[in-house]
Design a protein around this ligand. Structure first.
Ligand SMILES: [Cu+2]
Length: 427
């Protein structure tokens, strides 16, 4: 059993030498503490709320019972200031997951409330000695260290999705990672930013991708750039090699997720890799990491169509609203599913902004336009739906009935209406 207490409270945290933010934190830390467990462990987390606002914890990507999903008024009551709530569930699947509030999510995540949960399966050991969990995020604050208000920019801020000005890697602005040149490192990365996309580039050195949201891939895939959208995780092996200039930089390249994301901007930096004095490690083949997936049959699966939109003239009280199938979340009726049912969702994006769609409680497989699995197969719970793009996914609803949410993980978009529910009923 892994048992811990997380105290949600305000704290001054140093994000760079001499630069302090008065952030919202778990245990005074940014990001919150890394929770580590093994498959089969029981995880018990006592949340103490010392914030001036109600909160909860959502265990992003974890197959928890609905009572542990952290959605107020659906799975649990809000945890009010001064109260505690105990989360208690079994770690069923290996992978990097993360935790964050599901109350005023855009505000609370943007203020600093997030942390990683690493669930390991000893039988899936990957032979790489140097391992790092990397929580990427961003934060906005003024010269006095006061957080940028959650409603900055008004309705236009919501439509775009608010990004914090400063990129953080494990809570630090542009930290330095020390490495031995030529020695492989395993980086498990989560994008915990409320809006920002990270298109990662290690000065052109390749990423050997071995895992995704829900653990290992069917087989590894080498990439020069790595897109990690809000809520997503990637598991990669990098072999940083000393360049002639001495250090490497992990950049966040521009990705067009809608107007304002590439205009008037340049690439930004995430962290620096510096090399110690040891000679280059001898070249060695990268570990062969694979995983068996049952090829999914789509015959007999229930078909569900989702249309993501931002109608130009629609408004509730004069404000723009994001919609799924023509309605914002506050007017939506739940989608329906039965325990044991297989569904194939076709999600079309008609909004001129990209959206990382997240399904609570269940993982899915991405399919191509012929409804065949996209290889390498991967368990996903968050998937990017590009501008004018369509994604297709297959989901099996297992034995956990309840009201489960799905929403854009640009949390301003979720607050702005791009959210829905699935009522999963017993067979
Ligand atoms: Cu969105």
């Amino acid at each position: 059993m892994v048992e811990t207490t997380l105290t949600a409270r305000e704290a001054d945290v140093e994000v760079a030498p001499g630069k302090t933010v008065h952030a919202w934190t778990y245990d005074g830390r940014l990001p919150g503490p890394l929770i580590r467990a093994h498959v089969g462990d029981r995880i018990v987390v006592h949340l103490k709320n010392e914030l001036p606002s109600p909160t909860t914890i959502h265990w992003h990507g974890v197959r928890v019972p609905i009572e542990m999903d952290g959605v107020p008024e659906i799975s649990q009551p809000e945890v009010k200031p001064g109260e505690t709530f105990t989360y208690d569930f079994i770690a069923r699947d290996a992978g990097l997951y993360w935790y964050h509030p599901h109350v005023m999510s855009a505000a609370q995540v943007g203020f600093g409330l997030y942390g990683a949960l690493l669930i390991e399966d000893p039988s899936e050991a990957v032979d790489v000695a140097d391992q790092l969990t990397l929580v990427l995020s961003d934060i906005g604050f003024d010269e006095k260290g006061v957080l940028e208000p959650a409603d900055s920019g008004g309705p236009a801020g919501m439509v775009f999705g608010r990004e914090g000005e400063h990129i953080l890697a494990n809570g630090r602005i542009m930290p330095t990672l020390r490495a031995r040149s030529g020695a492989p490192q395993r980086w498990r990365i989560v994008n915990a930013a409320k809006t920002r996309y990270f298109l990662l580039d290690l000065d052109g050195q390749p990423f050997y991708v071995i895992g995704s949201d829900g653990g290992l891939l069917e087989f590894p895939q080498t990439k020069d750039e790595l897109l990690v959208t809000p809520g997503e995780r990637v598991d990669v092996i990098v072999t940083p090699k000393r360049p002639t200039e001495g250090t490497l930089t992990l950049h966040a390249n521009l990705y067009n997720r809608g107007y304002g994301s590439v205009e008037f901007r340049t690439n930004e930096d995430v962290l620096r890799v510096a090399f110690d004095d040891r000679p280059d490690a001898p070249a060695a083949p990268l570990p062969k990491v694979s995983r068996h997936f049952e090829p999914p049959a789509v015959d007999g699966a229930t078909r569900v169509d989702l249309l993501l939109s931002l109608p130009p003239m629609t408004a509730t009280n004069g404000k723009p609203e994001y919609q799924i199938n023509g309605v914002p979340s506050w007017k939506a009726k739940p989608f329906l599913a039965k325990v044991g049912e297989r569904q194939v969702w076709t999600v079309r994006n008609d909004s001129k902004y990209a959206h990382p769609l997240h399904l609570h409680g269940f993982s899915f497989l991405a399919l191509d336009e012929k409804l065949q699995p996209i290889h390498p197969m991967a368990w996903k719970d968050t998937i990017n739906v590009p501008i004018d793009g369509t994604v297709r996914l297959l989901v099996d609803f297992d034995e956990r009935p309840g009201m489960w949410m799905f929403h854009c993980h640009i949390l301003d978009h979720a607050d702005g209406g791009m959210m829905g529910h699935i009522h999963l009923s017993p067979p």
